[in-house]
Design a protein around this ligand. Structure first.
Ligand SMILES: Cc1cc2nc3c(=O)[nH]c(=O)nc-3n(C[C@H](O)[C@H](O)[C@H](O)COP(=O)(O)OP(=O)(O)OC[C@H]3O[C@@H](n4cnc5c(N)ncnc54)[C@H](O)[C@@H]3O)c2cc1C
Length: 384
């Protein structure tokens, strides 16, 4: 059986599902192929739900500004509750070095018009009651950032994409792609053969495997990260807190209280854990509990309900790849989202829609240039 669409999207994840929604909304006939039984079963379900535009480079700032608009207005526009809370992000500083780094970053962030400021120790204590205060020097606060449920969000994008006419093919794995005369001739799954003018690779941690099918090197090297969720408690604070202090086995630590009043907590392991293993480690629970008690001592008796481990689809410089491909007409890559694919998803979907609709603006061209597959990969993102 051969399925003809305008666009085939490989992967119903954090990027592929919103892309399907925005493309179908613009009138394109879209097919989404997903190897799992439902959307979001790759890394989307591992994300803890943080969404911020306060990055350090223009491309991610602009993409996430669009994403923030989508997440923050979704309920009003479409009626679905995605657990959106505009609680902001705060980066408390516990050393002179961190304070300087954050204040230097503020200059760049303000240049792009982001609403982010340095606030005093007293103000941090007000927005995060009970935070460890001994060496606390103040920190940054960006009130327009927020958080939402990755599971509710992907379902909202999925059901609305279907309403707009997108076709989803679950339990289908892309196993081969044929290129002829610089054009993708067909995409073969274990069940079907698809053909389309455009093919979008949003296969996350497996995007490199899709590349191999067409002899294209896409530099994605997954590494794994763990997270946990606690029982609900009375609302204690609203912002997502990023503690940049290093501790044995972790580079930093971040957490927030979600719409159900549970704490969702994550840390960045050090050294990194390369590979695709998604089984929880024996160390994480101890590491995360120690850090939580150190940062907000009054949470010592809080119970952790569940832990999980997922993958960051990493690139060599920590920035995503959103790119067309030389010599393969109609192929678009939206991959390498690192630790930020949930927050980059809607903005990326909108950008791809403008690319395919030939409605790119100046900012879009800048983004596509800086996130191109053909960049040097010599820079390094500070917070991947
Ligand atoms: C612990 C943890 C916490 C995180 N927290 C955040 C956060 O707070 N905010 C944030 O923005 N990001 C966060 N992330 C990162 C985020 O989860 C990822 O960046 C994002 O999910 C990647 O999106 P994606 O669409 O590229 O990949 P995915 O969501 O994994 O989607 C790719 C899809 O492609 C499918 N696929 C792959 N190969 C094939 C094939 N051959 N055929 C068919 N289908 C295929 C997969 O099954 C999958 O469903 C976190 C990640 C982890 C692990």
């Amino acid at each position: 059986m051969s399925n003809i669409h305008d666009i085939v999207i490989i992967g119903a994840g954090s990027v592929g599902t919103p892309a399907a929604f925005y493309l179908a909304e613009s009138g394109f006939k879209v097919a989404v192929i997903e190897k799992y039984a439902s959307p979001g079963q790759g890394q989307n379900k591992s994300a803890i739900g943080g969404i911020r535009a306060t990055h350090s480079d223009a491309a991610k700032i602009w993409l996430c500004q669009d994403s923030l608009k989508a997440f923050s207005t979704w309920k009003e526009k479409y009626g679905d509750d995605i657990g959106w809370i505009q609680g902001g992000y705060t980066f408390p500083a516990y050393s002179e070095e961190t304070e300087k780094m954050l204040k230097d970053l503020l200059i760049v962030q303000k240049k792009y018009g982001l609403n982010i400021n340095w606030i005093s120790k007293e103000e941090i204590k007000e927005i995060v009651p009970g935070i460890y205060e001994k060496e606390l020097r103040g920190g940054t606060f960006s009130p327009e950032d927020g958080n939402a449920s990755p599971l509710s969000s992907i379902n909202a994008f999925y059901f609305r994409a279907k309403e707009k006419g997108a076709d989803f093919y679950f339990n289908e794995k892309v196993i081969n792609i044929t290129v002829n005369n610089g054009k993708i001739e067909n995409i073969r799954t274990n069940k079907n053969i698809f053909s389309s003018k455009w093919v979008i690779n949003t296969a996350g941690a497996e995007a490199g495997e899709i590349g191999k099918m067409i002899n294209l090197n896409i530099p994605i090297m997954p590494d794994s990260h763990e997270a946990c969720i606690t029982e609900p408690i009375a609302r204690l604070f609203y912002p997502l807190v990023v503690d940049l202090r290093k501790r044995p086995g972790s580079k930093n630590f971040y957490f927030y209280q979600n719409a159900e009043n549970q704490l969702v907590i994550c840390l960045t392991p050090e050294p990194i854990i390369p590979g695709t293993d998604r089984r929880s480690t024996s160390k994480f629970l101890l590491q995360v509990s120690r850090r939580m008690i150190e940062t907000i001592p009054r949470l010592a008796n809080l119970k952790i309900r569940r832990i999980w481990r997922g993958l960051y689809p990493m690139t060599p410089d920590g920035f995503p790849i959103i790119s067309t491909v030389k010599n393969i007409e109609g192929l678009i890559l939206a991959v390498g989202m690192c630790g930020q694919g949930f927050m980059l998803g809607p903005g990326t979907g909108m950008l791809i829609t403008r690319l395919i609709s030939e409605k790119l603006n100046k900012k879009d061209n800048f983004i596509l240039n800086s996130l191109s597959l053909y960049r040097s990969f010599s820079g390094m993102e500070a917070f991947k």
